[in-house]
Design a protein around this ligand. Structure first.
Ligand code: ATP
Ligand code: MG
Length: 197
């Protein structure tokens, strides 16, 4: 079975709240191997390239707002001037670029089996209120869509985790130079996955 790579970013709220070690520890503890790790200032272009630039993704992001506003009977046009999901998604992407530059971010690349599912499970639902207890977002944040949108900012949800196998590969290559990535074996690897006899 082939291993998968995922990119993790401790976003500026996680860094400024002193949660880097606490958050990263959860990914180490589950048995993933850290193959890249650095603290850096994200530049606007890298963030722009990092989040998708297509209507499917914009629509998914905008739909979160529409669903939440509909559930609460709020008027989305008052905040965004539109109820078009794609247009809302584009606005959120611009907010993300500002958010990511608020402080340094911690960027890590991890590798293991079913890595994408594991990192998404540990991170929890995008919307902190919906993130399960025990997940990073569920345990350390309780931001809401209404408040975030009203304040013209994205949800502050502490962590980015790749959410598809191809994205993991692409994102690791975007944030790391080849010489910043390492290949080595964790001491407990043969205990977690005994080699076949
Ligand atoms: P990430 O890619 O950062 O790991 P995610 O995959 O859980 O998050 P995406 O749909 O990729 O969620 O959205 C990227 C980020 O944009 C979210 O983590 C959140 O910070 C912000 N975001 C997404 N939708 C909204 C929204 N409707 N309103 C405010 N912020 C949003
Ligand atoms: Mg995402």
């Amino acid at each position: 079975m082939k291993k998968q790579k995922a990119l993790l970013i401790i976003k500026p709220d996680g860094v400024q709240r002193g949660l880097c070690g606490t958050i990263l520890k959860r990914f180490e503890k589950v048995g993933l191997t850290i193959i890249g790790f650095k603290f850096m200032k994200a530049d606007a272009q890298t963030v722009k390239n990092h989040y998708p630039e297509n209507d499917v993704w914009f629509g998914k992001v905008g739909q979160r707002t529409l669903t939440n506003y509909a559930k609460k009977g709020l008027d989305v046009k008052k905040v965004f001037g539109t109820d078009d999901a794609v247009a809302i998604g584009k606005t959120v992407k611009n907010w993300l670029i500002t958010y990511f530059q608020e402080s340094p971010v911690l960027v890590a690349a991890v590798e293991g089996y079913e890595t994408i599912e594991i990192v998404r499970k540990i991170s929890g639902n995008t919307i902190p209120v919906l993130a399960a207890p025990g997940s990073v977002r569920g345990d350390f944040s309780h931001d809401t869509i209404d408040l975030a949108n009203e304040q013209n900012r994205p949800l502050r949800n502490l962590i980015h985790a790749s959410d598809a196998v191809e994205d993991g590969e692409k994102e690791v290559a975007l944030w790391f130079k080849p010489e910043e990535l390492f290949s080595y074996k964790r001491a407990d690897e043969d205990l977690m996955f005994p080699p076949s006899k």
